[in-house]
Design a protein around this ligand. Structure first.
Ligand code: CTP
Length: 413
């Protein structure tokens, strides 16, 4: 496929280098057209090296090839990222002052704008009107991500992660109406991995959680356009790019991080394996073997139930239930008191979360494996939903269920 990648003059231009890589690695032929302003952020040499094609932003280069006509005509897809307020305005009013705006006017195929700007500029009536005009003409304008912007400000206006723009672009080319990222503008906090509860400076009580499930969820949420915060307890896999990582070790640290993160999260997913107990005392020095040969005794105390506290916190706020979706995980085996689903159903009611993702342990080992099989239970009482496959596939199913629930309860503004 021939892709024209227009790069606007915003600080997020550096992220577009990764987007270009995703396109070229998928086998597409990409011509980059940076605006004059954008070359102050990323130079044309970078685009030439990464795309393997000559780069120009002037209609007066290679005039004999009539680039301003040819590039637009030949492109199967035009992507503009970051689409600044200025570029959206120029595109909406049909200006043709440089090679990129000329190309936009000549484009025959789908056009995708991935905006990035300060929140006030994004929300300004002028920008809103330009976006509506472009959408009205059939162009696809993504919702920007929410989060930290260049200065001290934060809000909607961040460039969606390269993988998310890539996913939207491919959906658009396939003619799918749902190219719009389902979690754009949403903030999702995901806890992952296993907590470690120290006994002394060298020893801890831990568990076998690898963090793979939580990381796969973070990737799926990021690719769906969400602003993702990963609360990472001990993990065997590295955190993915494009997510904010908060490192924690113990259940108490995770609790603190989760309660703080919940304040501005649309969704909290507790996929971490949290130790239910911790040693009552943590020795400052290494516990030594004793001369009298008596065995040390470790006394354990209960850790707080973070999931339960998150639900209580959410329900006690002014906005109450409905403004935040809380998702728990449960690893269950059936026993004489009931089967897996009966136990899971009881846990869902006990914890009060909105969705509970249930792993049936025993039949297949979940910890550290790449494949899994889950049932998603909803407190609303809808039918249990099954999902199985790789942790990536299962995570995509969980995230699309979350997006569905979220958009049903609180449609995007
Ligand atoms: N969880 C939590 N805080 C804890 C323990 C667990 O937030 N101290 C969360 C997990 O992240 C998971 C869910 O609660 O989302 C289910 O955890 P689980 O340990 O399976 O539930 P328990 O209530 O401990 O039930 P059980 O008696 O089966 O261990």
């Amino acid at each position: 496929m021939r892709i024209v990648l227009g790069v606007g003059g915003g600080i997020a231009a550096y992220k577009v280098a990764s987007l270009l890589r995703l396109f070229t690695e998928a086998g597409h032929n990409v011509t980059v057209i940076p605006t004059e302003a954008s070359t102050r952020f990323v130079g044309t040499a970078t685009w030439e090296a990464l795309s393997g094609n000559p780069v120009s932003n002037s209609v007066f280069d290679d005039v004999h090839q009539v680039n301003h006509v040819r590039l637009g005509h030949e492109a199967d897809l035009v992507v503009v990222a970051p689409a600044t307020a200025d570029l959206l305005a120029k595109a909406a009013t049909g200006q043709a002052g440089d090679l990129l705006t000329n190309t936009l006017l000549m484009a025959h195929g789908p056009v995708l704008f991935a905006p990035a700007m300060h929140t006030e500029m994004w929300q300004h009536a002028a920008t809103r009107a330009n976006v509506e005009t472009l959408r009205g003409r059939g162009a696809a304008v993504l919702e920007p991500a929410t989060g930290r912007l260049t200065g001290a400000d934060s809000g909607p206006g961040r460039l969606p992660e390269p993988e998310a723009i890539f996913a939207a672009a491919m959906a658009l080319v396939e003619g799918r109406q749902d190219f719009q990222l389902p979690l754009a503008g949403r903030t999702i906090t995901i806890s992952a991995g296993g907590t470690r509860e120290p006994l002394d400076p060298v020893r801890f009580l831990g568990n076998r959680s690898s963090g793979k499930q939580g990381v796969a969820l973070a990737v799926a949420a990021r690719n769906a356009g969400a602003n993702v915060r990963l609360l990472a307890a001990h993990m065997e896999v590295p955190p993915p790019a494009g997510v904010e990582v908060v490192q924690v070790e113990t259940a108490l640290q995770l609790r603190e991080a989760a309660l703080a993160a919940a304040a501005d999260s649309d969704v909290v997913i507790m996929s971490a394996a949290v130790a239910d107990f911790r040693p009552a005392e943590v020795s400052d020095t290494k516990i030594k073997k004793r001369d009298d040969r008596t065995d040390p005794v470790i006394t354990l105390v209960r850790n707080p139930d973070i999931l339960l506290e998150l639900v209580e916190l959410r329900n006690s706020t002014v906005r109450g239930e409905g403004h935040q979706l809380i998702v728990g995980f449960a690893a269950e085996t059936g026993d004489s008191d009931g089967d897996v689903l009966a136990h899971a159903e009881a846990k869902l009611q006990r914890k009060g979360c909105d969705l509970l993702v249930v792993n049936h342990v025993g039949t297949d080992k979940v910890f550290g494996q790449d494949t899994t099989s889950v049932v998603i239970l909803a407190r609303s009482g809808s039918e249990p939903q099954e999902a199985s496959g790789t942790k990536t596939e299962v995570s995509a199913a969980i995230i699309s269920r979350i997006a569905f629930e979220l958009n049903a309860v609180s449609p995007r503004a």
